[in-house]
Design a protein around this ligand. Sequence first.
Ligand SMILES: Cc1ncc(C[n+]2csc(CCOP(=O)(O)OP(=O)(O)O)c2C)c(N)n1
Ligand code: SF4
Ligand SMILES: [Mg+2]
Length: 348
Amino acid sequence: MLPAPNLSPKELVNDDFDLMSETTQTTSPGAAGNRQSGSDSPAIAEPPREKLTKKSITADHPTWCPGCGDFAVLAAFYKVLEKRQLDHEKIVTLAGIGCSSRFPYFVNGYGAHYIHGRAVPLASGISLARPDLHVFLFGGDGDGFSIGGNHLDHGARKNINMTYFIMDNFVYGLTKKQTSPTSPIGFKSKTDPTGAIDQPVNPMKKLIAGGATFIARTHAANVNHMIQLIERAFDHQGFSVIECLSECVEFYPDVFDPANPRKGGSFEVIQEKKWDGTPEDELRHDVTDELAAYKLASLPFPGVFGVFYETDRPSKNALEKKWIETTREKTGGASDLEVLQKTFDRMK
Ligand SMILES: Cc1ncc(C[n+]2csc(CCOP(=O)(O)OP(=O)(O)O)c2C)c(N)n1
Ligand code: SF4
Ligand SMILES: [Mg+2]
């Protein structure tokens, strides 16, 4: 695993701390983890690639408030990109609207800061049309669980290939402190001056019920844990989601301290089954067990961190590819235009 960075979130993004030296080296094309295009055309030798460095993937100066948890998320993401050496032109970052959703501005890759709550439908189209791309989504609790809550469910049940990182700060940050779907009861905000009265969404339960095939939870104060989970989510085929407690120091400070050992809290990591036949393994969590995941999700705040659920179900990308191939066979390999022309001819 990567060394534990002993720096503040802001330093992690802005200083010279680097996993790898930024000297230009060459790596072989199609480095570890790159998605395949599935093309049958003969291989054309690619010129040697520039090594992907933090410098090459850093786009703009993050505009978050000093101390915002989102800095650490960005730092973790940079480290995963550097570690995996993905083909630079295949990295896509997408987001809705919110402080957290500014993320694509800060990554030098293809990306879009899209409509509030609509990152999943946009990402679905991109993922299905271009399965060779690495589609990463970033956003907040409002974007993902409120206005985009329904899109999240459908992306999950369809199991469309993408990795969605939800930066949950229990508040609407960008619009300056309204109650969000994850704000706890009693939280005082501009929309609930006397304290929130509505039952909050439980993100893990929502995602399990929605049908996501990789569901995990982490904390922005633990960069190594974030890196591990982003890598696992990335390796998963299908709809992978990570909820990350990421503090809004401006409008809901200290709320995640109970899970931050540096602030007197405790960060309890899910112990996953090793299937080694030992008695202690009986007590460990089976990530394929939906009910066990649901039980973990029922633990009181701050709960536990790690992978709650992971299952192997065909992605829509795989199913659609198969369906297209079968249809092509049925139509004798006709081109799209020929199929369209035949349909029009029938309508005459
Ligand atoms: C359709 C629409 N409705 C409402 C808004 C206003 N708006 C922008 S961001 C936001 C909520 C942001 O909260 P969250 O997603 O939790 O992100 P954070 O800023 O906390 O990171 C709202 C309500 C909008 N831009 N578009
Ligand atoms: S308002 Fe909150 S969420 Fe937005 S940048 Fe500032 S600290 Fe971060
Ligand atoms: Mg928020």
